[in-house]
Design a protein around this ligand. Structure first.
Ligand code: AMP
Ligand code: TRP
Length: 329
């Protein structure tokens, strides 16, 4: 049976991009496949962080994911399971500097001041490869921004197999949704929605109330033209395309089907319909998240259970990788 693995950084409250690009697929895939989902706190300290905030955000992210319906026994904290860091180190020694130099996410995050970023940020994709391969997972549901990292994970797996003369690590397949794999910033349709944008108005959080959602959608950037009746040409209107895509994804319709319904109308009416749909889908998650957060001890207990299950599956795989490398076990 194929195994599913995916991760999310506990660096803030999950947003609509995380939900439509990844989390929603996780909740469906877990019904069909043996699945593990991970709060990747080792990845979160690759950028500057505050310990108290990291702790609080890890709990909020866990609560949100549980509220979305993830299996409690399969959600855990990365740093609590040592196999990630152990295989990650081996992969640091398999992966090539030339490969890492091509990673666009590193370039985006490091910006102009490369010299002053952590070594961890640079080797981040090696650890991500280890996360997946420590479970021999083959299906990895992620948003579009992770495509290049999945390709790198496959390069690392192949080089490991080749160098050790084995067929040990399987090929990984990224599962990227056909629509809403890249939900955009509500204030600037050319940037992706992200936890790190300084403007709270740029993203819908999974903890937003119906009122908050209404306000953010009312303020979302649009253009003066009514909605067209054809998707063709909508790429030149990134904000409009984004709202149409979000509506479609939440209602399981293609962007074209949404335009069949709303084409020719102004944004006023469309925004009202979108607000209603978002409130219906997101507000219950927010409510459940807040309920769960009232008992932190319970969340931590569930995460520990998840970590035990994760260790049980990944420990023998990583021990075998260690033996193949020549470590005595
Ligand atoms: P992160 O918050 O960066 O840890 O991302 C967790 C998951 O959400 C990954 O699978 C990302 O690809 C996905 N994701 C993050 N931002 C977006 C976005 N704006 N649109 C679609 N998917 C996203
Ligand atoms: N790099 C991913 C992100 O920023 C998070 C992540 C870490 C991940 N390890 C993973 C995703 C393994 C899928 C599989 O979104």
């Amino acid at each position: 049976m194929q195994r599913v693995f995916s991760g999310i950084q506990p660096t803030g409250v999950p947003h609509l991009g995380n939900y439509l690009g990844a989390i929603r697929n996780w909740t469906t895939l877990q019904k069909e496949y043996d699945s593990f989902f991970c709060l990747v706190d080792l990845h979160s300290i690759t950028m500057p962080w505050e310990p108290e905030k990291l702790r609080a955000q890890t709990l909020i992210t866990a609560a949100c994911l549980l509220a979305c319906g993830l299996n409690p026994g399969r959600l855990y904290i990365q740093s609590a399971v040592s196999t990630h860091a152990r295989l990650g180190w081996i992969f640091n020694c398999i992966s090539r500097l030339g490969w890492l130099n091509r990673m666009t996410q590193f370039k985006d995050k490091a910006g102009k001041n490369r010299e002053n970023h952590s070594a961890g940020l640079y080797v981040y994709p090696n650890l991500m490869a280890a996360d997946i391969l420590a479970f021999h997972a083959t299906l990895v549901p992620v948003g579009d921004d992770q495509r290049q990292h999945i390709e790198l994970a496959n390069d690392i797996a192949q080089k490991f197999n080749h160098d050790m003369g084995v067929e040990f690590f399987p090929e990984i397949k990224g599962l990227i949704p056909p629509h809403a794999a890249r939900v955009m910033n509500l204030r600037d349709g050319t940037k992706k929605m992200s936890k790190s944008d300084p403007s709270e108005q740029s993203r819908i959080l999974l903890t937003d109330s119906a009122e908050n959602i209404a306000l953010k959608i009312r303020r979302a950037k649009t253009d003066p033209e009514p909605l067209p009746s054809e998707v063709l040409g909508l790429e030149e209107r990134p904000e409009a395309l984004n709202l149409v895509t979000i509506y479609g994804s939440l209602s399981d319709k293609t962007p074209q089907a949404v335009l069949n319904e709303f084409g020719g109308q102004g944004f006023g009416q469309f925004k009202n319909a979108l607000t209603e749909l978002l409130a219906e889908k997101i507000a219950p998650i927010a409510h459940k998240t807040n309920q769960l957060l009232e008992d932190e001890g319970h969340i931590i207990a569930l995460l520990r259970k998840g970590a035990e299950a994760a260790a049980e599956v990944s420990e023998p795989i990583v021990q075998e990788a260690e033996r193949l490398v020549g470590f005595i076990r």
